[in-house]
Design a protein around this ligand. Structure first.
Ligand code: F6R
Length: 359
């Protein structure tokens, strides 16, 4: 039931701070101990490489998972699109461990990969929102998102839920492996900060509605740009915008634009620059200057500590590996308002189904 909300997508965007708090409650005890089955952690610990397999938005959550697992738990991690992995798998390491990220637990492309993984006798973990779903039943282990049903076709709270759970998993695995970065990562505190930050952002949705109305009502195309973890964010931000507003949108590595794609920039092309990574902030700003010089309409979405006075959207500061959890909120709202302003049914974009059960 969407209650007082006009659309499920808006309700589910607003639910994200609550999803953070629920995950903390389910997975982290008062004393900070993480409640993840020891079998899962041991199995991950014994592997020499993690393969994350997923589709669409869940794949984008996997990109951030790689950052968390490599930086906090120090396990090499690869992220693969399920439909690609299925028929052209990479050369596997000696002791692979598979993580399937899937809101629905029913995505056919991911199921097909899991069937192969099972045939080869490898261990796997499904992170899903749906208890007893196919991918949950067929994997060795399951961790649930507890995000509540996601009804809008465009995935929102599952993305942030998946990243938060990956952070909790990386913390507990890193502790088991005696990794210093894990000891320094107070995941409950950091995710609480995220929840508060997300709340601040959903409370400012009117601002985003105005920016969308000024930037996106008639354009045919748009770009999101960013580097490093901000490149992960902009790929999801672009998917969100294109799928509900039908504006052709690319999420691009800022530094790569000048190697060809910058030829698409015209007078008035919307470019949304996401800046949460301290090491690349300067570089993305100078890439933004390059497109401004060619007439682009640039909107900056920047973390408070990296923001300039003229930046249109300012994000609360959170842990550097968790910035996708706050940065995606205004991007989801941007997609939502652009869709409504252009007169579409934001919960049911054309040509799409909530769960994709064909390969
Ligand atoms: C985008 C979206 C899709 C799904 C993808 C995977 O908003 O919803 O890209 O993320 O189809 O679905 P799950 O996570 O159910 O496997």
């Amino acid at each position: 039931d969407k209650g007082a909300y006009p659309y499920y997508m808006l309700k589910e965007i607003d639910e994200q701070p609550g999803v953070m708090r629920t995950l903390i409650k389910h997975y982290i005890a008062e004393d900070g101990t993480i409640k993840i089955d020891d079998d899962i952690l041991q199995s991950l610990h014994q592997s020499d490489r993690i393969y994350i397999v997923a589709a669409g938005t869940s794949y984008h959550a996997g990109l951030v998972g790689k950052e968390l697992l490599e930086k906090i738990a120090k396990i090499p991690t690869e992220v693969h699109v399920a439909s690609e992995f299925g028929y052209n798998p990479p050369l596997l390491s000696a002791k692979p461990f598979f993580i399937f990220l899937t809101q629905s637990g029913e995505t056919a492309d991911s199921r097909q990969v899991l069937a192969q993984v099972n045939e080869q006798g490898y261990q796997s973990l499904t992170i899903t929102n749906v208890e007893n779903s196919t991918l949950s039943r067929e994997a060795t282990y399951t961790l649930l998102l507890y995000a509540g049903p996601e009804i809008a076709v465009a995935s929102t709270k599952a993305y942030t839920g998946q990243i938060a759970l990956e952070a909790i998993l990386a913390k507990s695995l890193g502790e088991l492996r005696h990794i210093e970065a894990a000891a320094d990562f107070d995941v409950a505190k950091e995710l609480t900060k995220v929840a508060n930050g997300e709340q601040e952002l959903v409370d400012e949705k009117k601002e985003i509605e105005k920016i969308a109305a000024a930037l996106l009502p008639t354009t045919r195309n748009a770009f999101y740009i960013g580097r490093s973890i901000d490149y992960d964010i902009v790929q999801e931000a672009a998917l969100k915008l294109k799928e509900v507003s039908y504006i052709q949108t690319e999420g691009f590595a800022s530094g790569e634009l000048k190697h060809g794609t910058i030829s698409l920039i015209e007078k008035g092309t919307p470019v949304l620059a996401v800046i949460t990574d301290k090491n690349t902030a300067k570089h993305t700003r100078s890439n933004a200057q390059e497109v401004m010089a060619r007439g682009a309409n640039v909107v900056f979405i920047a973390s408070r500590s990296l923001a300039n006075d003229s930046d249109q959207i300012v994000l609360p500061d959170v842990h550097p590996l968790l910035t996708p959890l706050v940065a995606i909120v205004p991007c989801q709202l941007m997609a939502y308002y652009a869709s409504l302003q252009r007169g579409y049914d934001v919960d049911k974009p054309r040509n799409l189904a909530k769960s994709v059960t064909v390969e």
